[in-house]
Design a protein around this ligand. Structure first.
Ligand code: SF4
Length: 366
C-alpha cells in the first residue's frame, strides 16, 4: 500500500506518470526520463515499493548462494574501467585448469553454495575445447550444480573462434551443462558510451544479438545497468529501453540489477553517485520494467546500508553471498549466516532462491 499522506496530483507531470504506473500501465521512455529529471525521489520510492509487493511481500527479501570463478584474466577487450584484465602474452595473467576450478567449487560447496557463476576475459587463443571441458567436467563432478557462465562478449568470442553459428555453439554448451547466462558487460547500451567505455567490446546490436540467441535456445539470465560515469540521464533510460524491448521478444531476463561504476583505473572518469540517485534509478527500473519480475541490489558493490534502503525502494533481492570476487571492490556478505542476519536486521524474512528464482530450502543458521 502507498501511505495516504503521499498525494499524487494528476496535474503534475511526474505525478501523472507515477499514477499511470500505480494503475499497472506501461510508462514510456520519455516518461522515464521525466521521472529521472523531475520526480520527487520519495514518491518514486513509494511507487517502486508498491510494485515490488506484487512480486514478493515487503516482509520478505531473497538471496542466493553462488561462487564466482573468473577462469582467466587475459583479455583483449581493454575496457577503460577494468583493472582485472592482463594483456594477452604479458606472462602475468592466469588461466585456471579444470582441477583448479573444481577445487574452488569444493570450497564453495563447503560454504553452502550450490551454483557457479563463471566468467573471464576474452582470450581468443583459448580453444573452444577448454570451455567444453570445463563445463562438462564441472557438471560431471557436480551434476546438480547450476552453471551460469559467459557474458555476451565472451559468447561472441566463442562464435568467432569456432567459426560456427552462435546458435549452434550455445546449443552445444547447453547440452553439456550450461544452465543460464549473465547479461553482464552491458554497462550503458548506447554506441556513444560504448566508445568511451570500450570501443572493442560488443556493440549494442551485437550484445542484443548474443542475449537474444541465448534466450531463444533456452538459456535465461539477468541484465544490468552500470552508471555513474559520463552517461546522460537519457542514455540510462535508452539502455533500459533496449533491455525492455528485448525482454518483450524473449522473456529471458529473470532479474535486473542496477549498480554504479567503481573506481578501478585512472583511464575511466567516474562520478560519485549519491545514494538518493542510485535509489531513484533503482525505483525507475522497477517502474519501467513491467516485464521483469525481480530487481536485485548489489550489497557487494554498494554496501550494506544502501542495500537495506534498496530493499525498501523496489529491490526484492540481494543476489549472492560473495565467496569469490576478483573483479570488483567488495563490501559483500561473506557467509549465508551473515546474509540471513543482514536481512533479518533490516526487518525482512530471508528467502533463499536459486539462479532460476525458484525458492529453495534454507538452512537455519543461528
Ligand atoms: S571488463 Fe571484462 S571484457 Fe572488459 S577488459 Fe575487463 S575482463 Fe575484459
Amino acid at each position: 500500500m502507498i501511505p495516504s499522506h503521499f498525494q499524487f496530483l494528476p496535474e503534475i507531470p511526474a505525478d501523472a506518470i507515477l499514477l499511470k504506473a500505480i494503475e499497472g500501465k506501461r510508462i514510456s521512455k520519455e516518461e522515464a526520463i521525466l521521472l529521472y529529471k523531475e520526480a520527487d525521489f520519495l514518491k518514486i520510492q513509494m511507487v517502486a515499493r508498491y510494485l515490488r509487493e506484487k512480486v514478493r511481500p515487503l516482509s520478505e527479501a531473497s538471496y542466493t548462494m553462488f561462487r564466482v570463478v573468473n577462469y582467466t584474466n587475459y583479455c583483449n577487450v581493454e575496457c577503460s574501467f577494468c583493472s582485472f584484465m592482463d594483456e594477452i602474452g604479458n606472462g602475468k595473467g592466469y588461466v585456471l585448469s579444470l582441477d583448479e576450478i573444481l577445487e574452488k567449487m569444493d570450497f564453495a560447496m563447503e560454504m553452502g553454495a550450490d551454483q557457479l557463476f563463471l566468467q573471464g576475459g576474452v582470450y581468443p587463443e583459448l580453444p573452444f575445447s577448454y570451455y567444453t571441458e570445463i563445463i562438462s567436467g564441472i557438471k560431471k563432478r557436480f551434476p546438480s550444480m547450476h552453471i551460469r557462465a559467459f557474458s555476451p562478449v565472451e559468447i561472441i568470442n566463442l562464435e568467432t573462434i569456432t567459426k560456427r553459428p552462435l546458435r549452434d555453439v550455445l546449443i552445444e554448451l547447453k547440452s553439456i551443462g550450461l544452465d543460464s547466462v549473465p547479461g553482464a558487460g552491458a554497462e550503458i547500451l548506447t554506441e556513444r558510451m560504448r566508445e568511451i567505455i570500450s570501443p572493442k567490446k560488443a556493440s549494442v546490436t551485437e550484445w542484443v544479438r548474443a542475449m537474444e540467441t541465448c534466450h531463444e535456445v533456452g538459456l535465461p539470465g539477468s541484465a544490468n545497468v552500470v552508471f555513474g560515469s559520463e552517461e546522460t540521464q537519457e542514455e540510462v533510460i535508452e539502455h533500459l529501453q533496449v533491455i525492455r524491448d528485448l525482454q518483450d521478444r524473449t522473456g529471458g531476463f529473470l532479474s535486473f540489477i542496477p549498480w554504479t561504476f567503481q573506481p578501478q583505473t585512472k583511464r575511466f572518469k567516474i562520478r560519485s553517485v549519491p545514494t538518493h540517485e542510485y535509489l531513484k534509478v533503482l525505483g525507475i527500473c522497477r517502474i519501467f520494467f513491467d516485464n521483469i519480475a525481480h530487481m536485485e541490489t548489489s550489497v557487494m558493490v554498494l554496501g550494506k546500508g544502501v542495500g537495506q534502503l534498496a530493499l525498501l525502494s523496489g529491490a526484492d533481492d540481494i543476489s549472492s553471498v560473495v565467496i569469490e570476487e576478483n573483479v570488483l571492490r567488495s563490501f559483500g556478505l561473506k557467509s549465508e549466516k551473515e546474509a540471513q542476519k543482514f536481512l533479518k536486521e533490516g526487518g525482512f524474512t530471508p528467502v533463499r532462491r536459486n539462479l532460476l528464482y525458484e525458492n529453495v530450502e534454507m538452512p537455519v543458521l543461528t
